[in-house]
Design a protein around this ligand. Structure first.
Ligand SMILES: Cc1cc2nc3c(=O)[nH]c(=O)nc-3n(C[C@H](O)[C@H](O)[C@H](O)COP(=O)(O)OP(=O)(O)OC[C@H]3O[C@@H](n4cnc5c(N)ncnc54)[C@H](O)[C@@H]3O)c2cc1C
Length: 212
């Protein structure tokens, strides 16, 4: 996002620096009892598919939580979880969950639906062979992080996701719903006739999230 750690003022200290303050999996620096979290922390442990410095608010919160556990005596390793980010550019809201590369790899297939206004789109990336979902990208439509994360964590298949896509939608009441158009697009592309089983609704989403 164009942000980078401002660590110049630490150059003359004993702290080990690179682009940011170097930390291990417990967010410990090279100096005992000194930790780094948020935008200034640079992970020495490379998490698959992740960057050493992740300057977004939710990783800032998660690194803070991890340090809180550790300084309170519970040894907890940082786990960045499934990549997630959300932002607002002027009037367009944007979210990404999981792996949505600009140039999909050979094994990745992408279902892309766009509203005729050009201001709303839904992209679902999935594995061409196993059909499990790999990522979601939303423009102008709000999808719940917890629901998308669960589908990604459980390696849910694209067809099950599409049939239940309404579980993820948390646009305000009376906003138009586009999940039927998305599954319709998939049906046209694949010659299938999958029904949309779940429309937008909080109760069904909560039941899904409480499921064991
Ligand atoms: C324009 C912009 C848009 C962004 N949009 C998004 C977004 O849409 N989604 C998202 O997830 N993230 C976004 N980010 C990134 C997000 O804001 C940061 O990841 C997050 O704020 C990092 O939190 P932090 O506590 O590590 O650092 P900061 O929020 O930068 O807090 C550091 C604090 O330390 C203070 N400070 C600095 N030096 C000293 C000093 N020597 N002594 C005492 N205090 C000091 C600073 O004043 C500041 O208050 C955006 C960032 C920018 C700049």
């Amino acid at each position: 996002a164009g942000v980078h750690p401002n660590v110049v003022f630490l150059k003359n200290t004993d702290l080990a620096l690179d682009k940011g303050i170097l930390v291990n999996e417990y967010l410990e620096t090279n100096i005992p009892d000194v930790y780094a979290v948020g935008d200034c922390a640079q992970h020495q442990n490379l998490y698959p598919g992740r960057r050493p410095i992740e300057a977004v608010w939710y990783t800032g919160r998660m690194t803070g939580e991890t340090v809180a556990y550790n300084i309170c005596g519970r040894r907890v390793e940082y786990n960045p979880g499934i990549w997630f980010n959300s932002a607002k550019f002027f009037d367009i809201e944007y979210q990404v969950y999981g792996d949505v590369p600009a140039n999909p790899a050979d094994h990745q297939q992408t279902l892309y639906w766009e509203h005729h206004s050009g201001k709303k789109s839904i992209r679902v990336v999935y594995d061409s062979d196993s059909k499990k979902v790999l990522g979601f990208n939303l423009m102008g439509v709000r999808y719940r992080q917890e629901v998308c994360e669960r589908w990604l964590r459980e390696e849910t298949g694209i067809e099950e996701v599409l049939q239940n896509l309404g579980l993820a939608n948390f646009d305000p009441e009376f906003y138009e719903e586009y999940e039927a158009a998305v599954i319709g697009l998939y049906n046209r592309q694949t010659g299938k006739a999958l029904p949309l089983k779940k429309r937008r609704g909080l109760s069904a989403a909560l039941r899904f999230l409480r499921r064991g």
